[in-house]
Design a protein around this ligand. Sequence first.
Ligand code: NAD
Length: 436
Amino acid sequence: MAATPIAPAAGRLGVLTPGLGAVSTTFIAGVEAIRLGLAEPIGSLTQLGTIRLGKRTEGRSPLIRDFVPLAGLEDLVFGAWDIFPDSAYESALKAGVLERSLIESLRPQLEKVLPLPAVFDQRFVKRLDGPHVKTRGTLRDKAEALKEDIRAFQRDSGADRLVMIWCASTETFLEPGPAHQSLAAFEKALSEDDPSIAPSMIYAYAALSLGIPYANGAPNLSADIPALEELALAQGSPISGKDFKTGQTLMKTILAPGFKARLIGLSGWFSTNILGNRDGEVLDDPESFKTKEESKLGVLDSILQPHLYPQLYGSLYHKVRINYYPPRGDNKEGWDNIDIFGWLGYPMQIKVDFLCRDSILAAPIVLDLALFLDMAKRAGMKGIQEWLSFYFKSPIHARGLYPEHDLFIQLMKLKNTLRHLRGEELITHLGLEYYD
Ligand SMILES: NC(=O)c1ccc[n+]([C@@H]2O[C@H](COP(=O)([O-])OP(=O)(O)OC[C@H]3O[C@@H](n4cnc5c(N)ncnc54)[C@H](O)[C@@H]3O)[C@@H](O)[C@H]2O)c1
């Protein structure tokens, strides 16, 4: 198999995040801390993961970052937009994810990351309002202003390449409408201030128009519409999303494939969360929660395939709740009550109480996505990157197909994509190795 040519990761990589809140500041502070040797990149596949090559007997398992040409952490520079003018230092303190002493030791680096004024519309994030926003002109003018921001950032930071990752608040639920169906319709809608164009779509439009890869860490539609897919293909930009797979949904996509593998039945799965960060506050609004709920509910159906296993999963009752509870801050607690049944239908229960830290789980995902999307761009990959489904609760997928949610199939697909790029044999774990 021939390797795919990949341009080298020379020079700096600018990581642009709409949203400079808990997740983005934890990501930026983390990269700075790792650069200074204060911490290890725990949770990052690009930094700590290995990849087996060839037969098991060959003993070849390089680090992923030695196997494919990824940007180094020392080459990353950061840019952001937010509706509040706080620097990454102030925002990290407010987010309350990291210890104050760590934030203080990174203060000079974090103070340099100042958000640009945001494109914002409170219709899409009802619980927030901030002063640091672009107010002039039509939506089209705002898209142009974002492009100008991006060009200026690139000039000032000396970044050779850029990626954009949406780390801003979850927008309210939106069904794809006529303005989203083609690039021409979308651009007309931008000029006419069409109310069905959400801010996250304008950021995605600006990035993709400049050929910049785009990922969406939240569940709102954003680039998951035909118009922006068309733009991504035309401009040679990779896109991926939606909704970082962390916390409770990560656990779900670890546990559910296990039940299914052993043909254990499920009659109910009740999931509830308490969290008290700004994200929790935004999700307290029913319309923002609906976007999240759709994203969280989808995973079980596609893993369990009730149409193929009606007696095991045909009458599963699945419920997800998020409760805003300020005392917990970013340290969420997620409870799952899982009602399962086994041989002869005998019922059993599993309780999971996950005392998790959302942004600690999300930060390495931002890093991996930035590095993989940048590599994808250099490898000439464009449009939807299904191999990055591993990182998302609602993976964007080819229209007409179902998304893959099983974490282990997702990982196999990701690693096989890397093997394919480097001209190595794919590993499906189905090989008849004993007969070689
Ligand atoms: N932490 C996780 O594990 C996790 C997992 C999946 C998805 N997410 C999603 O990631 C996003 C970020 O999470 P967070 O915990 O950092 O939230 P956060 O509330 O701390 O940060 C979001 C920031 O976005 C800003 N913002 C809102 N609208 C904006 C706009 N139009 N342009 C620019 N900035 C805007 C807000 O002012 C805020 O500072 C949320 O949508 C969340 O649902 C987080």
